[in-house]
Ligand binder design. Structure first.
Ligand code: TRP
Length: 371
């Protein structure tokens, strides 16, 4: 059996360059390599509702934003299936049966659930508004729902960031448990992490560990050129690097982290010919004598080169919004067929196919007639 690739994003905002280097760019490469049986990319609206249930309008508004981001980075619905999670009712059906296979203690140990609760639950004010009356069961069990997303399509390969590792591990456990109880039915997935280390978790422009909408430290994929330039100039660097001649630090210096993620050899010839490569640039910064403005301008040009074509393509797609909804609808219909097939396998394995099991009906008839 060949590869089946599947991944998705929560529609809680426009996608940013952290999503781009961490996942989107790699997805487009995978898509174009054509080295797979099937590839699915989906908008995880139902999962987004687990912690935005009081704001369905936000989720609904962002479905089209994420779809536009997908198309503008080059995901191509003629090659892969793009769909919307909530349009596949089989996913909730599967999740319901998987709930029998997971303990409460195991969910409490899921690091993603754990940190999300610690980070936003009960401590931060905005999350208190959502989770004020306690942790909703829906949020608590979303790793199970994510296992359904992955296994419904018999995905072998899940391109995602490091933060999704615990979700894939939990999915593998569910697959093993299911197969050992009901017989070989489901496929074990593997996570596919980005090759470049700097891409695993891009920090925000303020140097905070994560680029996130709520921290207001994002560079969005659809950022206009002038705002992009402004944001780059405002980036966090090295607070000890006060005058140009001070020796500077590379570690924790957001500009260099972004350069690690985005800079290619050819950029030097084009934008900064006085340096042969990134190592030399770093060495000069560490010695002292290289100013922040210079490295920021360099990064700004690199980012503009990367984002400009994405921005242009987005503008084209924005001209026909109804067609994008139509594309998502068609993709969702196709995805549903695939999920329904798995659902048939699951029902058969779990012996809940009463009406199609002729043998069962005949056996029962015999049992009762012998009475
Ligand atoms: N949890 C992912 C995120 O936060 C979104 C997601 C939902 C997902 N289901 C998935 C990713 C299945 C990969 C596979 O972005």
């Amino acid at each position: 059996m060949g590869k089946t690739i599947l991944t998705g994003d929560r529609p809680t905002g426009r996608l940013h360059i952290g999503h781009y280097v961490g996942s989107l760019k790699g997805r487009v490469e995978l898509q174009n390599a054509m080295d797979y049986d099937k590839m699915f990319v989906f908008i995880a609206d139902a999962q987004a509702l687990t912690d935005n249930f009081d704001n369905p309008e936000k989720v609904r508004q962002n479905i089209i934003e994420v779809a536009l981001d997908y198309l503008s980075v080059g995901l191509d619905p003629s090659k892969i299936t793009l769909f919307v999670q909530s349009m596949i009712p089989e996913l909730t059906e599967l999740a319901f049966y998987y709930m029998n296979l997971v303990t409460v203690a195991r969910l409490q140990r899921n690091p993603t659930v754990k940190t999300e609760i610690a980070m936003r639950g009960f401590t931060s004010e905005d999350q208190q508004a959502v989770f004020g009356s306690g942790l909703p069961v829906g949020f608590f069990t979303y790793p199970i729902s994510q296992a359904a997303d992955i296994t419904a399509f018999k995905a072998t390969t899940v391109p995602a960031g490091e933060d999704q590792k615990p979700m894939i591990e939990q999915t593998v456990e569910i697959v093993r448990k299911f197969n050992s109880i009901y017989g070989e039915t489901l496929v074990e997935p593997q996570i596919l992490l980005p090759a470049n280390n700097a891409c695993h978790r891009l920090p925000g422009i303020d140097g905070k560990a994560k680029m996130s909408k709520s921290l207001g430290n994002c560079i969005y994929l659809s950022e206009p050129a002038d705002i992009l330039a402004k944001k780059v100039m405002s980036m966090y660097t090295d607070p000890q690097h006060i005058s140009i001649n001070d020796p500077g630090h590379i570690e924790g210096n957001t500009v260099f982290t972004y350069l690690d993620a985005f800079c290619r050899q050819e950029h030097f010839g084009k934008y900064l010919p006085e340096y042969p490569n990134l190592d030399e640039l770093k060495a000069h910064y560490q010695r002292g004598g290289l100013g922040d403005v210079k490295i920021k301008k360099f990064l700004g040009k690199i980012l503009e080169e990367e984002l400009q074509p994405i921005r242009e393509r987005r503008k084209e797609f924005e001209k026909d919004i109804p067609e994008i909804y139509n594309m998502l609808k068609k993709g969702s219909e196709k995805a549903r067929e695939a999920a329904a097939q798995t659902m048939d396998d699951v029902r058969r394995a779990m012996k809940i196919n009463y009406f199609e099991d002729k043998e069962l009906i005949a056996e029962q008839a015999k049992r009762f007639s012998a009475k």
